[in-house]
Design a binder for this molecule. Structure first.
Ligand code: ADP
Ligand code: LRH
Length: 468
């Protein structure tokens, strides 16, 4: 068969990349990284924001640098954040970062307008300050919102810039806390109750649908079709999970760790709400029943702080050292104290002290502490996901940048007492191109068939070690 190539534009909270997946009729897709760029948030007038102009320029440059022929392009990115556009489609400033402190105390304010139980019953989403619903409520009196005609989630914004097409792709819309899962449409009653315009977000569009050809200049790809994929990066990551059995749990492990199971139907029970689980919508009508765990953000912030303090640390050396240490103190990684940028080593030590545990002093001890703590949270969440959903779990798939952290993978296998299959690192880009290839007719089938296209050479297995 003729070779077909699809570009995944995958913007993560710590880095963006363009990865081209090639299909030539054989089973595994070949992935080739075209470019990678840092995603460094900026603070302007005290507000933490995404540097969207830098990101867009990097996407343009990356697409232009690709010298082969593309069958299509798909875009995925992190959830919950949005950009505002005026009536002419012009951007009204940078998107505010979900870690900005404008949402402090806002969930409680919204509770008094819409009861938590009711909101979960409609949207099925975990209560987190970062959710779009709380960000928009915090911004309800802003001049930007007053002059806005449209709000677009990040991947929808990039698709709009590429094609001019307006739409809200379903999987990412489900993370906002503003989507009515019973109808898969915007929860207009919730918008109204909160005093928000009901037509702010464009209509819902399905993953796998066409967004139109590239019209943007400066990309070198004018005319190439853009396909809407599972535009929530986690939706694409779970498409790219190399599951060989339905009885798996996943950990999509990057800046955040998304820990849960894939289900045919949501679980919007009171128990699920109390355990703070989310029902995120996936490709092919699936549901990701999961909890957001704070993730490698903790490590990223420690590294940033040590650098700022003039004691830069080398990650591979730290991880090697941490593997030699015995298990130490464990903190609750999901504490809101860790959500926003700050002196993470100090915050972790404080948390240990508060819990009456030994305080990790050296960087290597801190790294061991946060990896043990993450593994503990993964274990608890996998167990809860199984109990709350009634699903059996035989194996844990860990995908994303964290799959390169063999200590974390091993600790996770040990704590969960289950085998961990680590990889692919670029599961998100893979899931993105798999959905494009299917839309193009190059591959066929449901998710189980798409998952047969994962290159098993990219995987590593960790078995639980005996506990002494
Ligand atoms: P995101 O998509 O949220 O930007 P990634 O999936 O790219 O995140 O994962 C980034 C994380 O992967 C980093 O924070 C780092 O902890 C981890 N990582 C990246 N490279 C390595 C490596 N060589 N060894 C161990 N961990 C790594
Ligand atoms: C991971 C992710 C996650 C969201 C967070 C904001 O990149 O999309 O699923 O909860 O970013």
């Amino acid at each position: 068969a003729a070779r077909r190539s699809y570009a995944a534009v995958d913007l993560g909270a710590s880095s963006g990349r363009i990865i081209v997946g090639e299909f030539d009729g054989g089973a595994p897709a070949r992935l080739r990284e075209v470019c990678r760029f840092d995603n460094t948030p900026i603070r302007v007038d005290g507000v933490l924001q995404w540097d969207i102009v830098a990101l867009w320029s990097a996407v343009q440059d990356g697409l232009r640098s690709y010298d082969g022929e593309l069958a299509s392009i798909g875009v995925d990115s992190w959830a919950v954040d949005y950009a505002l556009l005026d009536g002419h489609g012009q951007l009204l400033g940078n998107p505010v970062h979900y870690r900005d402190d404008r949402t402090v105390g806002v969930p409680e304010e919204v509770d008094s307008l819409v009861a938590r139980e009711r909101l979960f019953g409609v949207t099925g989403i975990q209560r987190m300050p970062i959710n779009t619903i709380y960000q928009l409520y915090a911004a309800r009196h802003s001049s930007a919102l007053a002059s806005a005609r449209h709000a677009l989630l990040i991947p929808d914004l990039i698709v709009h810039r590429l094609t001019g097409s307006l739409g809200s792709e379903l999987t990412n819309a489900s993370t906002t806390g503003l989507l009515d899962q019973r109808r898969n449409d915007w929860a207009t009653a919730v918008f109204t109750t909160l005093g928000l315009p009901t037509d702010l977000f464009p209509p819902i569009v399905q993953p796998g649908s066409a967004a139109g050809p590239v019209t943007a200049e400066g990309t070198g790809q004018e005319g190439v079709p853009v396909v809407r994929v599972g535009s929530h990066d986690t939706a694409s990551a779970v498409v790219g999970v190399p599951a060989q059995t339905p009885d798996f749990a996943f950990i999509s492990c990057g800046t955040w760790s998304l820990v849960g199971v894939e289900l045919p139907e949501p679980v919007r029970t009171e128990e699920a709400r109390k355990a703070n689980f989310s029902n995120e919508l996936g490709v092919d009508g699936t549901v990701r029943f999961l909890r957001n765990v704070m993730g490698l953000w903790l490590l990223q912030e420690c590294l940033r702080q040590w650098q700022e303090d003039g004691h830069p640390q080398d990650l591979p050396t730290l991880l090697e050292g941490a593997a030699q240490l015995p298990a130490g103190p464990v903190v609750d990684v999901d504490s809101e104290a860790f959500l926003r940028p700050g002196d993470m080593p100090h915050l972790i030590r404080e948390e240990c002290q508060r819990a009456g545990q030994p305080v990790p002093e050296q960087p290597v001890q801190l790294v061991r502490c946060l990896l043990d703590s993450l593994a503990e949270s993964y274990h608890r969440t996998v167990r809860q996901a199984a109990t709350l959903s009634g699903k059996r779990i035989d194996v844990v798939h860990l995908v994303g940048g964290g799959a390169q952290n063999s200590l974390l993978c091993q600790l996770t296998a040990d704590r969960c007492e289950l085998p961990v299959i680590a990889g692919p690192v670029e599961a998100t880009a893979l899931g993105n191109v798999l959905v494009q290839a299917r839309a193009d007719g190059a591959i066929r089938g449901g998710l189980a068939e798409l998952r047969q296209h994962v290159d098993t050479g990219l995987l590593r297995r960790y078995d639980p070690r005996d506990r002494r």
